[in-house]
Design a protein around this ligand. Structure first.
Ligand code: BGP
Length: 473
């Protein structure tokens, strides 16, 4: 069966500045640069963000490769710590600005649509030490940085985004102690989450004011949506699934697409003494700041059952519901994430039915595999058929939702070249192109060739029976 997408569908890949550029040329450190300096043992094989995939030196050749594998669009992020010599005084780092301008121009020359994100987990360390987005001073600094980016790169960027997965630093840095500064304080985390939404909203409003005469200028946020399924149809399990959905997904979707926080959420936070400090004026800012389109990163769903009563007082929200292991689950064992392509359809229909059918795209989807060189032949070519099958299955369900009216305009894979992944460093490889860490050599994988055909034809051949054969990694 042939699965077809419309002619101008956006096919591309996503990455981020901190995961690809390396430290070279920067005068300021973000939390990852600083954390690695302090505790290299926290990173897989003690590999930090020093070099990453070195786009800083290789961007010309890399953009050429993007074009060769048929990407018609690409997302990266600007590093706050690259465009300033000093994030506090806001003295511009001219080389940093020039780097981004050259890199973006290169993409334009190749006719690759550019989506630029402003923040991908990379808080400048100086501002982290001031409380990050719990502090209004830092929020306003972020707004000022965003304005500067619109001014410096507005002529080259097609679409903008304020944040990638804003819930991740909240969880990893402030709830579960996984990332620096490893704070475990739920009230602090919620204040930071609220501050991030406020920072996003202020930037969206500034953007809309600046470009009020140009309807082609659009801004979004990239959210990791992880729909939640209850273990059974019993009310207690359904209730747990609703709580998880409310605190992971709806909070950001409601605030960014509709400009509101639901009464359910506010009451829940109030009842548990978790309401952040806020003002009525701030709520008005949030209300006004509706995004023009939405980016959805999809990797896995959540599955839960009712938690023990005593766990409801826990400072760790993942204790408010118990994880449920679905007997039919397929899993990527290297990342521990369930593979459930059908969920992409449910996300798409939820956006259609509950979020005004806002234009949206899959801003990340993909699979990271450990020791991927097991699949390499004598010429160095990686046969990653599992990645092709993974993509096909997800695209099948996405296509079905589009045919039922969901307003999805594109699909981006994580990622172009194997990249550095925070504390996991290079443990799992996600790229369409493999990276040799010793000599930085890039080699196309089989999935890169598949992607090229896909974007050229806007279609692919789908045979579910063949796909199931290769499902186990
Ligand atoms: C997303 C992030 C990316 C990337 C990806 C893969 O959550 O936006 O930055 O890292 O996940 O996840 P990981 O690197 O943790 O395996």
């Amino acid at each position: 069966m042939k699965i077809k997408f419309k002619k101008d569908f956006m096919w591309g890949t996503a990455t981020s500045g901190p995961q690809t550029e390396g430290f070279m040329g920067k005068k300021e450190k973000n939390i990852m640069d600083y954390w690695f300096e302090k505790n290299p043992e926290d990173f897989y094989s003690k590999v930090g963000p020093t070099l990453t995939s070195d786009f800083y030196s290789n961007y010309e050749k890399d953009v050429e490769m993007m074009s060769q594998i048929g990407l018609n669009s690409f997302r990266t992020s600007i590093q706050w710590t690259r465009i300033y010599n000093d994030v506090e005084t806001e003295e511009i780092n001219q080389n940093g600005v020039q780097f981004y301008r050259n890199y973006f121009k290169e993409l334009k020359n190749k006719n690759i649509k550019l989506i630029v994100n402003l923040f991908h987990f990379d808080m400048p360390i100086k501002f982290e030490k001031k409380g990050g987005f719990t502090n209004n001073f830092v929020i306003d600094k972020y707004v000022s940085y965003a304005k500067k980016c619109f001014e410096l790169f507005g002529d080259l960027v097609d679409l903008w985004s304020t944040f990638n997965e804003p819930i991740v630093p909240v969880e990893c840095c402030y709830i579960y102690g996984l990332f620096y500064p490893k704070i475990k304080n739920l009230n602090y985390a919620i204040q930071a989450g609220y501050g991030t939404i406020l920072a996003h909203s202020k930037v969206v409003n500034v953007f809309h004011d600046l470009f009020s005469n140009d309807k082609n200028k659009k801004i979004s946020i990239i959210l990791n949506v992880t729909p939640t399924y209850p273990a059974t149809n019993e009310p207690k399990d359904i209730k747990s699934a609703e709580i998880r959905d409310m605190i992971f997904n709806k909070v950001f979707l409601d605030a960014c697409v509709k400009g509101i926080f639901s009464d359910e959420l506010v009451n829940f936070l109030k009842d548990n003494s978790l309401l952040p400090n806020y003002s009525v004026h701030e709520l008005e800012i949030i209300k006004k700041s509706k995004i023009d389109f939405l980016g959805v990163n999809y990797y896995q769903p959540g599955r839960v059952k009712e938690a023990l009563k005593e766990n409801m007082n826990s400072q760790f929200p993942n204790k408010w519901f118990e994880e449920y292991i679905w007997p039919e689950r397929r899993i990527n064992p290297y990342r521990g994430w369930e593979i459930h392509p059908e969920t992409i359809y449910n996300i798409a229909m939820n956006i259609k039915n509950e979020y005004d059918n806002i234009p949206w795209f899959i801003s990340e989807n993909g699979i990271g595999v450990e020791n991927e060189n097991r699949f390499e032949d004598s010429t160095g070519f990686i046969n990653d058929q599992y990645r092709i099958d993974f993509v096909k299955e997800h695209l099948f369900w996405l296509n079905k939702a589009i045919s039922e009216g969901s307003n999805c305009f594109g699909y981006h894979m994580w990622t172009f070249i194997d990249c550095w992944s925070w504390a996991n460093a290079y443990k799992n490889r996600y790229g369409l192109i493999s990276l040799n860490l010793v000599n930085q050599k890039r080699t196309m994988k089989k999935s890169a060739l598949f992607f090229k055909e896909l974007s050229l034809n806007n279609s692919f051949e789908y045979n579910i029976n063949e796909i199931l054969k290769t499902k186990d990694l």
